[in-house]
Write a protein that binds this ligand. Structure first.
Ligand code: APR
Length: 243
């Protein structure tokens, strides 16, 4: 039973790192990006929206798109699977979460060691003068800074560098891990998708829990595709705690 093997690997591990993608938040109600039927990039073109060129030359569409994404994120909340990960960190069963997600749901669920590789919608700032703004300002329609610049979310847009200190911390954690669990990512975006192999090359066991196959499944010690992430986490938690 795949779930038994997951629980066994968790129990045998002394330094588990979890790595999450958008599939972690679909059961909260948020769409992911590349799922065949409903990924966000099936409805919107990231090349026309999710980059600095769009922010400068396509400002109205850029702003409408990110106000829409922020309104979606504020409509939903972490699900039971997020709460299980928060419990596991408190109990020392996992040491941290490297996430590509910008919804800050791991932070809201109560995890403390969360490495947000792509930033998050928690903070907003002017793209020109860097003045910080509240996300309520952005939701209320304030999208232009006093300096004339465009207010934007504190997320990493395509073509921008990842936050260096977060990236380096994630590299250290992936190197130290003896168990690395991927939850809900197609592992198709670099450099975030390097971390599963960083862990594997440093001796970690690799688990991939994802509804669709990924290019990294061949390196995994365990792949679970037939259950949703929330189901796996809740059932594993029950087995871990109640034998
Ligand atoms: N349970 C298991 N797997 C799921 C679930 C679920 N409930 N929901 C979705 N998935 C899987 C999908 O099958 C898909 O393979 O999660 C994966 C999500 O992959 P993507 O949509 O590509 O999301 P992600 O890997 O996080 O994208 C990486 O791309 O657009 C950029 O910056 C954005 O951080 C994002 C990055």
């Amino acid at each position: 039973m795949l779930l038994d093997k997951l629980v066994q690997l968790l129990q045998d591990s002394t330094y588990t790192i979890v790595f999450t993608g958008a599939g972690m938040s679909t059961e909260s109600g948020l769409p992911d990006f590349r799922s065949k039927d409903r990924g966000l990039w099936k409805k919107f073109n990231p090349n026309e929206l999710a980059n600095v060129h769009a922010l400068i030359h396509n400002t109205e569409e850029f702003t409408n798109f990110y106000r829409y994404r922020l309104s979606e994120i504020t409509k939903y909340k972490p699900h039971e699977g997020h709460l299980v990960l928060a419990d596991w960190e408190k109990l020392g069963k996992i040491k941290g979460i490297i996430t590509q997600n910008v919804d800050a749901f791991h932070h809201d669920a109560g995890n403390s060691n969360v490495m947000e590789l792509h930033g998050s919608f928690r903070k907003f700032h002017c793209h020109s003068c860097k003045k910080e703004y509240e996300r309520t300002d952005y939701l209320d329609g304030k999208t232009a800074c006093e300096c004339g610049g465009t207010i934007r979310p504190g997320i990493v847009l395509f073509g921008e560098n990842l936050p260096q200190d977060t990236f380096e911390k994630a590299e250290r954690e992936a190197t130290q891990a003896d168990l690395f669990i991927v939850l809900g990512s197609s592992l198709s975006v670099s450099p975030a998708n390097m971390f599963p192999l960083v862990a594997k090359e440093n001796g970690a066991k690799l688990i991939i829990i994802n509804r669709e196959p990924t290019d990294y499944d061949m390196y995994a010690d365990l792949v679970i595709q037939d259950k949703s992430i929330k189901e796996v986490l809740v059932e594993a938690d029950q087995q871990l705690n109640y034998g």
